[in-house]
Each structure stands twice: as structure tokens, then as C-alpha cells.
Ligand binder design. Structure first.
Ligand SMILES: Cc1ncc(COP(=O)(O)O)c(C=O)c1O
Length: 415
């Protein structure tokens, strides 16, 4: 790191130092500068998480940044399952799945996921990120083509890059653009289309019926990431096929999801045909060479799927909260893009406005976070507000008042 000392003139765009050291210094400079302005809002440590509230540095704030869509973290049945697994198997497995890491709980979780997703089989991995990365890389080779929505999650993008196949992107949720890319792909190549069900920054929903039709027309396989649609979409929270009434017809070859959003654990899954899962369990490096899920997480995840089915009123109430929140924000004059889900972008425009709006909201004890470029396109920096079933309508109303005041203070809304 000695060369960091040479980096005094770094900001002038002509690094005379090691470019890696320059990159490190530049990032540190950005973080330092945000902290000096009291605008650094990331990595804040919670002392307590209690339903829709979080306590940080002694301050209890209403949570609008969590993925706890169905408020399951404190569910007694799920906690009891995790505790029993801890007693029975301990906190870890000391092994990868194919060697010493598989317990009865892992097998039961995979069977439960398969049943929930109406699939023949499933496999679970240690995170949703790793699931996308490993599965896409494990499926594709140099002569294949992967066609991905431009707003797909980073883990899909990274999986496409790692696969070394031809990586093609189509315009966001634009079916003409998807068809063009499919038509351009060499006829004899293996083709995989990958889409998010719910887009993680915009909260909108993929046009699944049309994607399925096009995949069939061009003989492409289809992978759908349901990280934000399990427990959220469909009358009983079973996800995007239920949302569009396509359960019988199906049409998704590779059903991916996480165990870290609606499901209050950690991990990711793939569900699909038994032969697909057998293939993946013997070719995905992230499965073969990485430790198994901790048993308490596997047990908690398994019981969570039961709870979603046993308590369908949670899904119904969530959908009511989503409609109330989006309508209220739009009536106040905010641009929420095309969100129809609990992920609601509140567009601020430039990065500074997004930072300031988040800071002003947190000062009023609403915990919300900004998302700025390059994570989202320039001039669409935003608050990324997540509404959950844990919020009462009065709490949603109060949060919207706080956002409105913050929006007026920074010029996003007229004063
Ligand atoms: C669409 C999508 N896919 C995958 C992931 C990764 O999941 P995990 O956090 O479980 O690793 C995320 C995480 O935010 C996501 O939003």
C-alpha cells in the first residue's frame, strides 16, 4: 500500500501510481467525503430489529428498507424450527453438500421448495447471489447465447459474464427487443433467456406470458429469478406464474429464488425438472465447492414455506399495503416508475437529492436508503422504499408525510 502515499494528485485523472491502489484510494475518498458531510448512510448496525421497527444508535426508526415482505423474522414457528435445528445439528455443517454437508434438513428443504414451486425437484445453495452465478455459469458454454433483461440483478449479470457464453442484453421489459435478440442468435446455439420476475430497483413485473411465448417460438430455455416475487405475487404468494394465472401451463424451465427476502433465512434455490437438478448438483461449482447452508437457516426456510401457505392473509394484507403506498405517493406528486410491488422507487433525480432525502427521512426516524448511480441509471437516483405487511396504514401514511416534506425540502416536489 506504500504507493497510496503517492496518490495526492489522484483526483486529476492522471494516476501515476498503481491503478489498483488508485482505485482503492478513490473509493476511500468518496466514502470519506460522504462521511464528512454526514451523508454516509450505508452499513449502519442495528441494535434491535422488532417487526417494522429497527433501533440504531439508540434511535428507534420505522423500517422502510427491509425485504421482510411478510414480516416473518419474528414468527414463533420459524424461530422454534431454527432453534431446534441448532440444538440437533449445531450452527454449521463442516462440509460441502456432495461430501459431508448434507443433513436431513437440507433434503427436506429441497423437497419443500419443489412442492411450493410445483416442480419435480430443487437444490439449495448458500445465497441467492451464488445461486444465480453458479447456475448460469454451470449451464452455459462458449457456444451458447444468454439473453438477459438490461435491469436484471447483478448476480445474473455476473453469472452471464462468468459463463463465457455470448452475453446479449435486451431493453428492459421490451418484448420487441427480446424477439430481435432471439432472432439474431445463431440457430444451432443453445439459448437461455434470463429475467427477474420483479425488478429489484424499479419494482415492476416482467411480461412473463410474452417472454414464455417468445422462448417457445425460438426454442430458448427460460430462467426466472423470483427473489422478490415469492410471498409477494399471486393470490397465495406462490409467485409470478400464479400472478399471471399460468400455473398449469408453466413455461419456466429454471425457477430461481432466494431464502433471504420473504423467507427470513439465507440461501438460494433452483427448482425445475429432476434431470435439470441432477445435472446442476453435479456441475455447479458453487454447489460442489462451497459449504452447505447452516442447519438453522435450512430449518427456518423450510417452515417459512409452510407459514406462507397456512397464513394467506399475510399476502392479501401485503398487497393492500402496496396499493395504498403507491397510490399515496403518486397522489403526493412522486414518480414511482412502474412499480406494482413492495419495492417502490421514489425518484429524486441526481445523487445529492437522493442522499439528502434519505438523510432528512432518517432524521425523522424513517429508515429508508438512497440508491444512486451507477446502481441505477444517471438522473434516476432514488429512495428505494420497501413496504411490508408489518406496516399499519397509519405508519405508511406517516412515512409518506415524511417523504413529502423531504421531497419539498430538496426540490423534488414543489414547495
Ligand atoms: C433479484 C435478485 N436476485 C438475487 C439476489 C441475491 O440474493 P441474496 O441476497 O439472497 O444473495 C437479490 C438480492 O438482493 C436480488 O434482488
Amino acid at each position: 500500500m506504500a504507493s497510496l502515499k503517492n496518490g495526492q494528485n489522484l483526483g486529476n485523472g492522471s494516476p501515476s501510481m498503481n491503478p489498483i491502489a488508485w482505485r482503492i484510494e478513490r473509493m476511500n475518498e468518496r466514502v470519506r467525503s460522504a462521511k464528512e458531510q454526514d451523508l454516509y448512510l450505508y452499513l449502519q448496525a442495528a441494535d434491535e430489529v422488532d417487526g417494522a421497527y429497527v433501533t440504531i444508535n439508540g434511535r428507534r426508526m420505522l423500517q422502510f428498507a427491509s425485504y421482510a415482505y411478510l414480516d416473518l423474522l419474528g414468527h414463533p414457528k420459524i424461530r422454534a424450527a431454527a432453534q431446534a435445528a441448532l440444538e440437533e445439528f449445531g450452527p454449521g455443517t463442516h462440509g460441502v453438500r456432495v461430501l459431508a454437508g448434507t443433513t436431513r434438513l437440507h433434503v427436506e428443504l429441497e423437497e419443500r421448495v419443489a412442492k411450493f414451486k410445483n416442480a419435480e425437484a430443487a437444490m439449495v445453495l448458500s445465497s441467492g447471489y451464488v445461486t444465480n452465478l453458479g447456475t448460469i455459469a454451470g449451464l452455459l458454454g462458449r457456444n451458447d447465447v444468454v439473453i438477459s433483461d438490461k435491469l436484471n440483478h447483478a448476480s445474473i449479470v455476473d453469472g452471464c459474464l462468468l459463463s463465457r457464453s455470448k452475453f446479449v442484453r435486451f431493453e428492459h421489459n421490451d418484448m420487441e427487443s427480446l424477439e430481435k435478440k432471439l432472432a439474431e442468435a445463431p440457430k444451432q446455439s443453445g439459448k437461455l433467456v434470463v429475467v427477474d420476475a420483479v425488478f429489484s430497483m424499479d419494482g415492476d413485473i416482467i411480461n412473463l406470458p410474452e417472454v414464455i411465448r417468445l422462448c417457445r417460438k425460438y426454442d430458448a430455455m427460460l430462467m426466472v429469478d423470483e427473489a422478490h416475487s415469492i410471498g409477494v405475487l399471486g393470490e397465495t404468494g406462490h409467485g409470478i406464474l400464479e400472478h399471471f394465472g399460468l400455473e398449469q401451463e408453466d413455461g419456466i424451465d429454471i425457477k430461481m429464488g432466494t431464502l433471504s427476502k420473504t423467507i427470513p433465512a439465507v440461501g438460494g434455490y433452483i427448482a425445475g425438472r429432476a434431470d435439470l437438478i441432477t445435472y446442476l448438483k453435479h456441475s455447479v461449482r458453487a454447489f460442489i465447492f462451497s459449504a452447505a447452508l447452516p442447519p438453522p437457516a435450512a430449518a427456518a426456510a423450510k417452515v417459512s414455506f409452510d407459514v406462507i401457505e397456512e397464513e394467506p392473509e399475510r399476502v392479501k394484507k401485503l398487497q393492500g399495503n402496496v396499493n395504498y403506498f403507491i397510490k399515496g405517493l403518486q397522489e403526493r406528486g412522486f414518480n414511482t416508475l412502474n412499480s406494482e410491488t413492495p419495492i417502490v422507487p421514489i425518484i429524486a433525480g441526481d445523487d445529492e437529492r437522493a442522499w439528502m432525502m434519505a438523510k432528512l427521512s432518517q432524521d425523522q426516524n424513517i429508515f429508508v436508503l438512497p440508491v444512486v448511480s451507477p446502481a441505477v441509471p444517471p438522473n434516476t437516483s432514488r429512495l428505494r422504499a420497501n413496504v411490508t405487511v408489518g406496516h399499519t396504514l397509519a405508519e405508511i401514511e406517516h412515512a409518506m408525510d415524511v417523504f413529502e416534506n423531504a421531497g419539498k425540502a430538496v426540490g423534488v416536489l414543489p414547495a
